[in-house]
Design a protein around this ligand. Sequence first.
Ligand SMILES: [Fe+2]
Length: 219
Amino acid sequence: MLNRMSAGLEADSTVVFTPHYSCRMNRRIAMARLKRSMKFQDRVEDEFSGNLNFLIAGELMISGSSLRYMEEIRYPGTGWVLVEFSTSVSWLETLIQLRRLISRGYMPLIAHPERYGWCRRKRSRLVTLSRMGCGAMISARSFRIKKYAQAARNLLRDGLSHAICSDAHSPRDHIIDRRLKEKITEFSRVPWEVLTKEIPEMILNDERLPELPLPKERN
Ligand SMILES: [Fe+2]
């Protein structure tokens, strides 16, 4: 995947590893995962030096009242935390959980909003969440899953996602490259550069993101 990315991305691009964590995960397993990420980062930093930069974060499954592993998954040096929920989560629970994260000083970045029923039923809920300070990031991987592909397209068409990530789990998945750019440019209201460069840069700079929907052109 990284070989393909380094061919398709501009030099000096940053790749953020976001392995899965869950608040319910055993501490030993979580720490082993973190260690493995660091080892992998070490290895690829040599291999891709001068071409790609790497950061370690995580994608945290939020459920119940635990806020374990928030620090481990945080985008380094920022308040941004990539969070996901079970696909059957209700709108009310999502809202309560996200409010709780914000009240603890975190900036939640919602992974693949297109997978949640509350979002598919009423896309404008993402506007509410963006006003609270949340970010929303579509997964390119959703385009391979029939149930989510249309929802992802609708969000991009309406400017209701801040960014797009690969969410690549295997070399068969999409990566951020020209092919994906051509695919999403057909229907995305927001330019590719905003979704893959300008907003991700704001996240890494620990900036608050603009309210959704995003305008067609940059202001
Ligand atoms: Fe996920």
